[in-house]
Design a protein. Structure first.
Length: 169
């Protein structure tokens, strides 16, 4: 069976550099080689809180969608994420499966994830590492979608970020 290409959103606003690094370590342990976007800092969306660090990572997997989702919940828990915390709240580590090949699903998770279309902190890093890839429903490339995105909606800026395996910038 050939491996699926998955795109993962990572975010944190509690000791964010520490938890992004830890999340990357866990993902590399599970999936091997990763393709990393730049790391972006943004204001909290949906609640008052410290700024978030966000990025998108691509990996290859032979796990199915449910197994990937379960693995992400495990990694979040290992990194101090409280299960059952409300959606708009501070977090140590948030891992969201954005894309799993071209799959379109509503269960066990929504694919492609709707935040791709609404949140700059997901779309910009995704457009950075997969500019020519097309959204399976919108049928537009992520580069075109980012170009058309209303950049006044959310404040977002790239930052320097060190990860022991290599600098992300």
């Amino acid at each position: 069976m050939s491996k699926a290409t998955i795109y993962i959103s990572l975010g944190s606003n509690i000791e964010p550099a520490k938890y992004l690094q830890s999340g990357l370590d866990c993902l590399q342990r599970e999936f091997g080689e990763l393709t990393l976007s730049s790391v972006y800092e943004s204001e909290a969306v949906g609640f008052e809180g410290s700024n978030f660090l966000n990025m998108v990572v691509a990996a290859q997997t032979d796990l199915d969608v449910a197994e990937v989702n379960h693995l992400f919940k495990q990694i979040e828990a290992e990194n101090g994420r409280k299960s059952g915390a409300k959606k708009f709240s501070p977090r140590t580590l948030d891992l969201d499966l954005l894309l799993y090949d071209e799959l379109i699903l509503n269960s066990p998770v929504e694919l492609p994830r709707s935040e791709i279309l609404t949140n700059a902190f997901v779309l910009w890093p995704l457009a950075e590492i997969a500019p020519a890839l097309e959204h399976p429903i919108a049928k537009q490339s992520y580069a075109k979608m980012w170009q058309a995105y209303d950049k006044t909606k959310q404040k977002l800026w790239p930052i320097d970020f060190e990860w022991p395996v290599g600098q992300v910038s």
